[in-house]
Design a protein around this ligand. Structure first.
Ligand SMILES: NC(=O)c1ccc[n+]([C@@H]2O[C@H](COP(=O)([O-])OP(=O)(O)OC[C@H]3O[C@@H](n4cnc5c(N)ncnc54)[C@H](O)[C@@H]3O)[C@@H](O)[C@H]2O)c1
Length: 255
């Protein structure tokens, strides 16, 4: 049986530990036949070590999504490993302390703008940087936490996710005529480094599994990785500008 992503060349950002959603996406992608190239932010030696835990060790390119020079060189760096891209995964989020579980109204613009740049605008920066390598039928996927409602503690990260949702729709509009799809996967809470840095997020983690009709395990990022790989595959060929929910069905309930 051939894999879902057989022969696909996929660039995956956002691996920092082996609980990262990006790590599990890379693992499932390789198991399904993809050739994976990773990008890492800052702690390259650590990311390389984690990359070594994948079924096939993946090369790691340095990328800070706020660094214009690194963005400008990204396509050339990727082209050293693969001759084009069929998919790009944006699995990046960051907000300064003042933006999470603190006094929402007191967060200074400097911090908020930092959160917006890294967590939302960067979907545009990354997609633009990869565009020379993206052909007809390729798929860009970003990671979302349902921003249609307000959550405890998520604060300005929620605002950044709302901006990410809108950015994905505008990118879908721009890139549809080139045959490039742009979608988000909206996941339930997963215990990763980013999630642990949100004070009060545990409140959500504790109740999610009880409320979600299909149940939910915050220690298991694999269902999210599988969903991202499905969106990267050829099996959602007319889906773009969409938010694909992978949350055990939590979003469907009012109470
Ligand atoms: N964990 C959850 O509960 C959850 C739920 C829904 C969506 N998400 C989203 O999934 C994505 C991945 O997060 P995760 O939970 O796997 O946590 P994680 O901590 O494993 O990953 C976050 C990644 O963002 C990267 N990053 C931060 N600043 C960067 C920069 N300037 N340039 C490039 N990379 C940068 C980090 O290096 C890290 O690899 C994020 O967008 C997050 O908001 C997470």
């Amino acid at each position: 049986m051939t894999g879902l992503l057989e022969g696909k060349r996929i660039l995956i950002t956002g691996v920092i530990t082996d609980s990262s959603i990006a790590f599990h996406t890379a693992k499932v992608a390789q198991e399904q036949g993809a050739q994976v190239v990773l990008t890492g932010f800052g702690r390259l030696k650590l990311v390389e070590r984690i990359a070594g835990r994948l079924p096939h060790k993946a090369p790691v390119i340095e990328l800070d999504v706020t660094n214009e020079e690194q963005l400008a060189g990204l396509a050339d760096s990727v082209a050293e490993y693969v001759d084009g891209l069929d998919g790009v995964v944006h699995s990046i989020g960051y907000a300064p302390e003042s933006c999470l579980g603190a006094d929402f109204m007191a967060a200074p613009w400097e911090d908020v703008s930092n959160a917006l740049q890294i967590s939302a605008y960067s979907l545009n920066s990354l997609t633009r940087a990869c565009l020379p390598l993206l052909g007809e039928g390729s798929s860009v996927v970003g990671m979302d936490f349902d921003a249609r409602v307000a959550w405890p503690a998520y604060d300005w990260m929620g605002v950044a996710k709302a901006a990410l949702e809108s950015t994905s729709r505008y990118l879908a509009r721009e890139l549809g005529p080139r045959g490039v799809r742009v979608n988000l996967v909206s996941a339930g809470p997963v215990r990763t480094m980013a999630a642990k840095s949100i004070p009060g997020f545990q409140q959500l983690e504790d109740t999610w599994g009880e409320r979600a009709p299909l149940g939910w395990d915050v220690e298991d990022p694999e269902p999210v990785g599988r969903t991202v790989c499905t969106v990267l595959s050829d099996w959602l060929p007319k889906t773009t500008g969409s938010m694909i929910m992978t949350d055990g069905g939590f979003h469907a309930l009012g109470a």
